[in-house]
Write a protein that binds this ligand. Structure first.
Ligand code: ADP
Ligand code: ZN
Length: 581
């Protein structure tokens, strides 16, 4: 195909080059034309020897005799000259003749240029098409996905809430016979990696209908109207097939609540959202098309999306609890060579892990076992994988780390561990290390939080203190002047908790039970006292943390020394140091 195209281009190019050559050579070889005096010309004219005259406006005119001899003579430029010539029976041309050796290459050149122009126009049309195809849709339908409800462990409520949808997709007529209206749209909401996409795929697979997937961000384009056009194309494609599951991931990209401050391309977003709503109300209930959309947060979505007849069923896909985590771990270990792994214990250690993170944990463990050339995936592989998933890969080359930096890290981590063990004894610390990780931490303290539905104020305060423990230890040991950047991410996390406590959870004074988010949507100004309160809170918690460390300074020393010696210490070392057991 490509070769053929090149041939098409090469031929005219060769022709063009040859023609040009011929033109140049022809012009060089042209015999110079003799000049004759005007009187001689008059003589020839009276003797009727002249066959034609090329009469132009130039100073010379070309004369051709009947015996084919040509010469030039001066152009008299008199008004009656042409008439005189004609009366003498001379042919008069008002243009110079083009010699054949010029004419032929000229034709060749023109032809090849026309061809090349035509060709480049044609291929340009292709690129132009490519340019304007930003609105081209790349959602392909997928049939027979290798999923079923069996592929989802846990999430029983979510599965239960979509079972009727599967039935409806299989048998839409049955539902319309009862006059039952199925939701056109379903929102799946929950943290990332909890299996929303998986659930959507399972629905399509269980019902045996094609699956069309796109992400909300695919519709957000710089060009206004492109998003809307993509939506229309998506639905057209799906409808052409009859039944379908349309899945839109990250629906918040187009369906976010409109805020007071108009964002950059909000027009584009509105158009896209409107197109989606129009398309959704456009299909018939009995057609067997269902739109599933996923988002991390339901409360971010525009109420227009959630109205009846649109996305009127909302299903939470939540983080797995202990038993669900055990099921997910088992599911992903199913077809792998499993050695002695205490799955139940791992289910307990993986609080707040999403399904995706658990899958990742097992995958990393499998990779480690494979690297080890071990026959089975063992406990130690999962253990190593756990650190990798939570903290990142350990840096292998650690020679460059200065002794002083190791010391700072050791006291910093010891600070976290000490505070945690004293005020949150229920949270197991499985590991403290001063080995830096690929995620940029100088070291880390791995603690396992307890599963809990709610976090109370006292717990949040304690969490903040644990986060501040690293910086507090640094300050106590090395002095205010020598505190480091190592507390960067700790401070980010503690700030976020404090801000949420004061502005969203109703645990502060300046806003009381008001929610800042709601206040902002109403455009009520809130003053600076929120910031003051957050600052006061963090300062008092910091002072409390410092006091706690100072009261237990020997334990801090012992933990730090052990860390410098061994780089990584585990729960039992810590318990021995702090509780003497
Ligand atoms: P989301 O769409 O909620 O971000 P995904 O559906 O993309 O999450 O999940 C990513 C992966 O995590 C899945 O492909 C699956 O391997 C795993 N996973 C998540 N939740 C579960 C679950 N409940 N059971 C089994 N695997 C799960
Ligand atoms: Zn820290």
């Amino acid at each position: 195909m490509k070769k053929l195209k090149i041939k098409f281009v090469i031929l005219p190019i060769i022709l063009a080059v040859l023609s040009l050559l011929a033109l140049v050579v022809g012009n060089i070889n042209q015999k110079p034309i003799n000049s004759e005096q005007y009187v001689n010309f008059m003589k020839d004219l009276s003797e009727r020897k002249i066959s034609s005259v090329y009469l132009t406006t130039s100073p010379k005119i070309l004369v051709e005799l009947k015996n084919n001899i040509k010469y030039e003579t001066d152009n008299p430029r008199s008004d009656k000259f042409k008439e005189t010539l004609l009366q003498s029976g001379v042919k008069v041309f008002e243009q110079e003749p083009i010699p054949l050796n010029t004419l032929i290459p000229m034709c060749g050149l023109i032809l090849s240029i026309i061809f090349l122009l035509f060709y480049s126009f044609k291929s340009h049309k292709v690129t132009a098409k490519g340019l304007f195809s930003v609105d081209k849709l790349d959602a392909n339908e997928v049939f027979n996905l290798p999923f079923s409800f069996e592929s989802i462990a846990g999430n029983e409520e979510a599965k239960e809430s979509v079972k009727d949808v599967v039935d409806f997709l299989k048998n839409p007529e049955k539902y319309s016979a009862y006059g039952a209206r199925m939701p056109r749209g379903i929102i799946l909401y929950g943290e990332p990696g909890t299996g929303k996409t998986l659930l959507a795929k399972a629905i399509s697979a269980e019902a045996g209908v094609p699956f069309y997937a796109m992400s909300g961000s695919d519709f957000v384009q710089i060009y206004v109207g492109v998003g809307a056009s993509r939506i229309r194309q998506l639905f057209k494609k799906a409808k052409a097939n009859g039944k379908a599951v349309i899945f839109i991931d990250e629906i918040d990209a187009i369906g976010k609540k409109r805020s007071n401050s108009k964002g950059g391309n909000s027009d584009e977003k509105d158009q896209t959202l409107n197109a989606l709503l129009t398309e959704m109300s456009g299909f018939n209930e009995s057609e067997g098309i269902i739109v599933l959309a996923a988002t991390n947060r339901l409360d971010m979505l525009d109420p227009a999306l959630l109205r009846p007849g649109r996305f009127d069923r909302h299903i939470e896909v939540s983080l797995p609890d202990v038993s669900a985590r055990e099921k997910i771990l088992n599911l992903h270990l199913k077809n792998k060579p499993v050695g002695n792994i205490n799955i139940n214990e791992w289910a307990h250690k993986t609080t707040y892990f999403s399904g995706a993170k658990l899958e990742n944990l097992i995958n990393e463990a499998a990779i480690l076992a494979c690297k080890d050339d071990n026959k089975y995936i063992d406990e130690r592989h999962v253990d190593q994988a756990y650190s990798i998933v939570v903290a990142g890969y350990e840096k292998v080359n650690r020679d460059y780390i200065k002794e002083n930096d190791r010391k700072i890290t050791a006291y910093h981590e010891a600070g976290h561990a000490l505070v945690s063990m004293n005020i949150l004894p229920m949270e197991k610390i499985s590991k403290v290390t001063i080995i830096p990780t690929s995620k940029g931490a100088g070291g880390y303290t791995l603690s396992i939080p307890e599963d809990q539905l709610y976090q109370n104020k006292s717990y949040l305060n304690k969490r903040i203190m644990v986060l501040l423990g690293g910086r507090a230890a640094e300050e106590i040991i090395f002095g205010c002047e020598n505190i480091t950047t190592g507390a960067y991410s700790d401070l980010k996390s503690s700030t976020s908790i404090i801000a949420n406590m004061v502005t969203e959870y109703g645990m502060g004074d300046s806003l009381g039970l008001l929610s800042l988010q709601e206040i902002s949507t109403l455009n009520i100004q809130s003053g600076n006292d929120i910031l003051d309160e957050c600052k006061a809170l963090v300062n008092s918690l910091y002072a409390e943390t410092k006091k706690l460390i100072q009261d237990n300074i020997e334990d801090l020393e012992k933990i730090a020394v052990k860390l410098i010696e061994k780089e990584t210490i585990h729960e039992k070392d810590l318990k021995q140091i702090v509780f003497d057991i």
